[in-house]
Design a protein around this ligand. Structure first.
Ligand code: FAD
Length: 353
């Protein structure tokens, strides 16, 4: 286990904001989690788990121990379609490897940045597909008591950009920055996904339910999984900023689900507002709501909103996490007062100092 004191977290978050951790531990094998937890206890430090850092915003320093999951390994059984991957594997590489091995279904989730271990945390989804459709189980190390256990799909309680793992995390809600929030005396200890098992079909069954994807492939009579993979990558490269060039964490807010009555009120004000059916009501694109409030391309200093997508906050170089957090709160306030709809962040906000 490689340890760094007073660690710079800028390379480990895709917003590229400056933040420091008391200590950073790079975990290359699952059996390093026990000594890392013991170290945190010994030094009385709270712990935070990071994979690729593509779904977090550091609104301040983290006065604790950051665990970076870097364990590797992929086992593929082409006969049964079972795939077991270590948490530290890059998600997009795993999607490509499965495709190359004749196992399908993950094509629509191509190019989602980050690690495999974080994928079940918010049940990653894109272009009409969610991880839960292929999920079998995960192996979990609980830092609270050092136990190792297996969680099934039912245990994980997946829903839209959510799971029991995400709910158990602290500071995931948008909070006022001022005055600073007091640190809980004993914050919950991380629950570490060490590996993930998926079951993938051997027969191609392209999912083109998402209109933009169907449109991209309308000239192809019977798209292969490889063609779907490439189409998804093309759309994403056109639509989303590359974090290596412009700091961002993808969609900052979840798409809110509102009641049928609320949707009718919205439809009285706007001509055919965009919507998707959802289990609990009607899902309205948060990007559309923010667009109506004029946020697309908004800029304040180096913190801003992407000019092609109102749901993506960007660091144009040198923005602080606090500035980005303040901008997010401003966006949330506008949508609340304009539509009476509360936007919930998809990104985990680390706001401890
Ligand atoms: C340009 C861009 C586009 C994106 N598009 C999408 C998209 O289409 N769909 C989508 O769902 N997401 C999208 N995201 C968000 C992000 O890529 C995913 O949420 C991804 O799964 C995060 O992986 P990560 O390893 O970077 O997680 P991190 O940001 O490191 O962590 C995210 C959360 O997961 C926890 N975590 C990390 N690793 C583990 C582990 N091993 N065990 C337990 N908890 C862990 C962390 O503590 C944190 O709470 C996008 C992000 C960007 C920057």
């Amino acid at each position: 286990m490689k340890l760094t004191d007073n660690a710079d977290l800028r390379p480990y978050n895709s917003f590229g904001v400056a933040a420091r951790a008391t200590c950073l531990a790079e975990i290359e094998h699952g059996d390093e989690l026990e000594p890392a937890t013991a170290l945190a206890k010994e030094r009385d430090l709270p712990m935070l788990l990071l994979g690729g850092g593509t779904n977090v915003l550091f609104a301040g320093d983290f006065p604790g121990l950051v665990l970076l999951m870097r364990n590797r390994g992929v086992e593929i059984d082409r006969e049964s379609g079972l795939v077991r991957a270590a948490a530290g594997e890059n998600w997009h590489d795993l999607v490509r490897t499965c495709l190359q091995n004749g196992l399908y279904g993950l094509e629509n989730l191509a190019l989602i940045p980050g690690s495999t271990g974080a994928a079940p945390v918010q049940n990653i989804g894109a272009y009409g597909v969610e991880l839960e459709s292929f999920f079998v189980e995960l192996e979990l190390f609980d830092c609270a008591d050092g136990s190792l256990r297996t969680m099934s799909r039912e245990d994980c309680q997946f829903s839209y950009r959510d799971s029991v793992l995400k709910q158990s995390q602290v500071q995931s809600r948008l909070q006022p920055l001022s005055p600073p929030q007091p640190q809980p005396k004993s914050p919950p200890q991380p629950q570490v996904v060490c590996s993930l098992t998926l079951q993938l079909p051997r027969e191609p069954a392209p999912n083109l339910s998402y209109p933009a994807l169907a449109q991209e492939l309308e000239h192809v009579a019977k798209p292969t999984p490889q063609e779907v993979f490439e189409a998804v990558c093309r759309i994403r490269r056109r639509k989303l900023p590359n974090p290596a060039e412009i700091g961002n964490a993808g969609s900052f807010f979840k798409n809110p689900i509102i009641s049928q009555d609320e949707f009718e009120q919205l439809s009285n004000r706007y001509d055919s507002p965009p919507s998707f059916p959802a289990k609990e009501g009607v899902k309205v694109p948060a990007g559309w709501l923010l667009d109506q409030c004029g946020f697309k391309g908004y800029q304040k200093g180096a913190a801003g909103v992407y000019e092609r997508h109102a749901l993506i906050l960007v660091n144009r170089g040198g923005a602080t996490g606090r500035e980005l957090h303040q901008l997010a709160m401003k966006m949330q306030d506008h949508v609340q007062s304009e539509f009476g709809i509360t936007l919930e962040p998809e990104v985990r906000i680390i706001c401890t100092t």
